[in-house]
Design a protein. Structure first.
Length: 289
C-alpha cells in the first residue's frame, strides 16, 4: 500500500475517491504541513497501490482493514480522518467494523450511508441514473470474466475497451457540475487515453476498477453504526451533486450527534474542483476547529 507522508504535527489521514490517488490531496494539505502530519494512501486498485489484490474480496471491508493496518503501522491515535466519495464510504465502513475509538475528528465529503437505493427512496449513488449505470457495470463485469485475468487492457477488443473507457469517463463527468470540466474529461478520455492510463489511472490490472464498481452495486448499509460516532463530524455536500441527493447525505447528520453540515451551492460531487477556493477555506476551518 503506497502512502505519502508529509508535514509534522497532529496526524491527519485522508482517503481519495474512485480513480484518484493520495497525491491529489497535496495541494490542499501543503499549506497546513507545519501544523499537521498528513498520511495520504493510495487505496488498493488505484495509484501506486494499483497491483494490490482485490479479486474475490469484500472491497470496502478490505479498505477498512487496510486503514486499521495503516494506523497500526504508523502507531497513530487521535487521528483526524477524512474521505471523499469512495474514501468517505471507506471511512463509514471503518466505523462500522472497527469503530472510531482511534479517531479524533471526521470529515465526510459527498457520500451517503449506502450506495444502493433503499426501498421507496432514490437515495443511493447516481440517483435516478443508478439502474442504467449499474446495468452497464454488469455488462463490463461479464466482459471482464470472459476475457480472463491474462488479457491486458490494450489487448481488449477496441469496442470493449472504448466501452470501459467511456464508462469511467461518464463516472467522472457526472461528478462535475461545471460544463467546462465535463468537456475537458470527454476530450481527455478520447484523445489522451494512453497518457492517462500511464500516469493517472494505471490499467495493468484494469479488472480492479470493476471490482470496486461491483462493491458499489452490492451496497453496504452503514446506518446502524452512525450513532456510535461521537467525535466532531463535518459533512461536506455539493448542492448540484448527481451522485447523492442532499437528503441522502443529510441522513447521516440525523444519526451523528452534533454533525456540522457544509453545502457548496455551485458544486457537484467534487467541491474541491467546482469551488476550489471555498473548499480550501472550509477544509482549513475543519482542520483548525
Amino acid at each position: 500500500m503506497n502512502v505519502i507522508r508529509v508535514g509534522r504535527g497532529k496526524p491527519v489521514l485522508l482517503l481519495h475517491g474512485f480513480g484518484s490517488r493520495g497525491a491529489h490531496w497535496l495541494h490542499n494539505v501543503l499549506p497546513y504541513s507545519r501544523q499537521f502530519e498528513f498520511f495520504l494512501p493510495d487505496l488498493r486498485g488505484f495509484g501506486r497501490s494499483h497491483h494490490a489484490n482485490l479479486e474475490g474480496l469484500d472491497v470496502f471491508e478490505t479498505y477498512a482493514n487496510d486503514v486499521q493496518d495503516l494506523l497500526n503501522h504508523f502507531q497513530l491515535d487521535d487521528v483526524i480522518l477524512g474521505g471523499v466519495s469512495t474514501g468517505a464510504y471507506t471511512c463509514l465502513t471503518y466505523n462500522q467494523i472497527h469503530g472510531f475509538e482511534r479517531i479524533g475528528k471526521y470529515l465526510n465529503i459527498e457520500h451517503g450511508a449506502n450506495s444502493t437505493h433503499c426501498p421507496g427512496k432514490i437515495n443511493g449513488i447516481f440517483g435516478a441514473q443508478q439502474e442504467d449505470l449499474f446495468r452497464t457495470f454488469s455488462e463490463l463485469l461479464a466482459i471482464a470474466k470472459n476475457a480472463g485475468d491474462q488479457t491486458g487492457y490494450w489487448q481488449l477488443p477496441k469496442e470493449t475497451r472504448i466501452q470501459f473507457r467511456d464508462t469511467v469517463a461518464q463516472i467522472y463527468r457526472i461528478a462535475m457540475y461545471r460544463g467546462l470540466s465535463q468537456r475537458i474529461i470527454d476530450l481527455a478520455a478520447r484523445y489522451a487515453e494512453p497518457l492517462l492510463t500511464r500516469y493517472m489511472m494505471p490499467v495493468e490490472k484494469w479488472q480492479t476498477y470493476l471490482n470496486v464498481m461491483q462493491a458499489f452495486m452490492n451496497g453496504r448499509d452503514t446506518r446502524d453504526a452512525l450513532a456510535n460516532i461521537q467525535v466532531p463530524t463535518t459533512l461536506m455536500m455539493g448542492r448540484q451533486s448527481r451522485y447523492f441527493s442532499l437528503e441522502a447525505q443529510h441522513e447521516i447528520a440525523h444519526h451523528i450527534p452534533h454533525a456540522k453540515v457544509v453545502i457548496f451551492d455551485r458544486a457537484g460531487h467534487a467541491p474541491m474542483v467546482d469551488q476550489p477556493i471555498q473548499f480550501q477555506r472550509e477544509f482549513g476551518r475543519f482542520l483548525r476547529e
